[in-house]
Design a protein around this ligand. Structure first.
Ligand code: 6CS
Ligand code: FE
Length: 300
């Protein structure tokens, strides 16, 4: 039945804009193929991703690939034209580069990486469809003063600000330096992807200009985070350069600041299902720029 024009379409993931703050069960599957679909992940890995919302891989790419990507990272960070580009996000106090977005469109090495079957294969398998790149970025988190990412679900932001309809997206974070338990590595609440946590506040205009430096809107309240952490615990994801974690778009995650001398740099690629392409934002007046949320939906 087609809804009539007067019938409001229900948003199953309401957030911001004064909605009642709450924690609701997720409405959609996590793994969209049950038979494995000929993908690279074995049944135990798929099961683990379904249960925990993430899957760590000790060595996703080889040392020579890591070396090439590290060199590329240094080249990007030293490029003055790129530093002046809106794709570069700098830390508020130190001015150091925090993130560079859309690296798969500005660098051949990262363009090749998003097509690498070791990255895109599991994403296709888990999402049960072709995928396109919703977002790519490198995060630097330099030694001594690399700053944190507060607790959030990426899907909450992508739904509210980018118009992503459902959490049918998978991210892969590939470590380009060693991720220690001390240098600001990723923390995930295993199983938190099964809940949708609405967030207080409304999205201000051009929110991305501040949120990518330090996010305040789109972060859950303390009571919600306490409940989730009590239910699910917190797991720290560590591993050598070349290790990776695939994680569901709705995992509750964050990372602490880095005051060690050891940089924690990673590349982060978001694959979205071609059956889940963006519409109008659900919780913001205007969509974010396409360097943060692509509106070209061509399959990888
Ligand atoms: O705003 C975003 O789209 C993103 N922000 C964070 C903190 N994590 C994922 C994503 O890159
Ligand atoms: Fe995130």
């Amino acid at each position: 039945m087609t809804p009539s024009l007067t019938e409001a379409v229900t948003d199953h993931y309401p957030t911001r804009n004064d909605v009642a703050i709450g924690i609701e069960p997720r409405r959609d599957p996590v793994v969209w193929t049950r038979d494995g679909n000929g993908g690279p992940l074995g049944p135990a890995s798929v099961e683990r991703f379904d249960t925990d919302g993430f899957l760590s891989i000790d060595a996703l790419v080889d040392a020579d690939v890591v070396t090439d990507l590290r060199n590329e990272l240094d080249r990007l960070r030293a490029d003055p034209a790129l530093a002046a580009d809106e794709r570069s996000i700098c830390e508020r106090d130190s001015g150091q580069v925090r993130s560079i977005f859309e690296v798969h469109r500005i660098s051949p090495a990262f363009a090749a990486l998003v097509r690498d079957p070791r990255l895109v294969g599991p994403a296709r398998q888990l999402l049960g469809s072709d995928v396109y790149v919703h977002q790519s970025r490198v995060n630097f988190k330099p030694g001594f003063n690399g700053r944190e990412f507060y607790w959030h679900s990426d899907f909450e932001t992508w739904h509210a600000e980018d118009g992503m309809p459902t959490p049918r997206a998978v991210s892969v974070s590939l470590a380009l330096t060693e991720n220690l338990d001390s240098n600001g590595s990723l923390m995930i609440m295993p199983g938190s992807h099964r809940w949708f946590v609405s967030c207080p506040g409304a999205t201000p205009p051009d929110h991305y200009r501040s949120s990518l430096v330090e996010q305040e809107i789109g972060t859950p309240d303390d009571a919600s985070l306490t409940w989730l952490a009590d239910q699910h615990g917190i797991q720290q994801i560590t591993g050598p350069a070349g290790s990776a974690v695939f994680f569901d778009s709705n995992c509750m995650h964050g990372s602490s600041s880095n005051i060690t001398p050891y940089a924690r740099s990673n590349v982060f690629i978001v694959y979205n299902s071609v059956e889940n392409t963006l519409v109008e934002p659900y919780g913001a007046a205007a969509p974010r720029p396409t360097f943060i949320a692509s509106r070209v939906f061509d399959p990888v």
